[in-house]
Write a protein of this length. Structure first.
Length: 217
């Protein structure tokens, strides 16, 4: 039964229990009704034998569907992420990092990235590991650029990837010109946001530094 009905088997068993209980109650109810209607013999028996099972089956089925519907709704909204997408925690890779096995963690992330072209979070996490712990700033920048190109990326994730790219270009990669390009793109994409305001401030300071550098020559 469980193989055939899967998760609904438990609800079905509950429904059967309800039917048995309701059948007993409705037998008494319809017997009382027959007495009030002054039915006797075949008429009374027919009322009880038809009404009681019918009521039990109907109420039991409704109870089954109600319970199953409630559980499916809870699962949808709170468990499987159908309405609120579930976000992978990458606990395995985090455990590897905690054990100091950075290469294994990155290898695992790279496998996920290869298998899931739309995985934003895996790229962000791997990029941070490359930049912070391995000093592979070129691969980190490549992953941040990939995040920017993913169609399903959220605005917050895109802004994060852009800001980290700016940090890398303006820092270890030594490409301030590309950092300024990223800042301008961010301002164009999100002109009225705090992120754009911050980008304008950083861009202004970078321009001032470049002017001072040119002037000092």
């Amino acid at each position: 039964m469980f193989d055939r009905h899967g998760p609904d088997a438990q609800h079905l068993l509950q429904a059967v229990g309800y039917m048995v209980l309701i059948f007993g109650l409705t037998v008494v109810l319809f017997a009382t009704l027959a007495a009030k209607l002054k039915l006797h013999g075949f008429a009374a028996a027919a009322l009880v034998l038809v009404g009681a099972p019918g009521s039990a089956l109907g109420i039991g089925w409704l109870g089954w569907r109600f319970v199953a519907g409630v559980e499916n709704t809870v699962r949808r909204f709170g468990i499987d992420g159908t309405s609120t997408p579930y976000k992978e925690q990458y606990s395995y890779q985090q455990a590897l990092v905690m054990q100091g096995r950075l290469d294994d963690a990155l290898e695992s992330f790279e496998a996920v990235i290869a298998e899931q072209p739309e995985s934003v979070d895996a790229r962000l996490r791997a990029a941070e590991l490359y930049a912070r712990d391995k000093g592979n700033h070129a691969r980190a920048a490549e992953l941040f650029r990939e995040v920017q190109r993913i169609e399903s990326v959220s605005t917050g994730e895109s802004v994060l990837a852009t800001n980290r790219l700016v940090d890398l270009y303006n820092g270890p990669l030594g490409e301030p010109g590309r950092a300024m390009v990223e800042l301008r793109r961010l301002i164009e994409r999100c002109p009225s946001t705090p992120a754009a305001a911050h980008a304008r401030d950083v861009l202004g300071r970078m321009k001032a530094v470049r002017r001072d550098g040119v002037g000092s020559d």
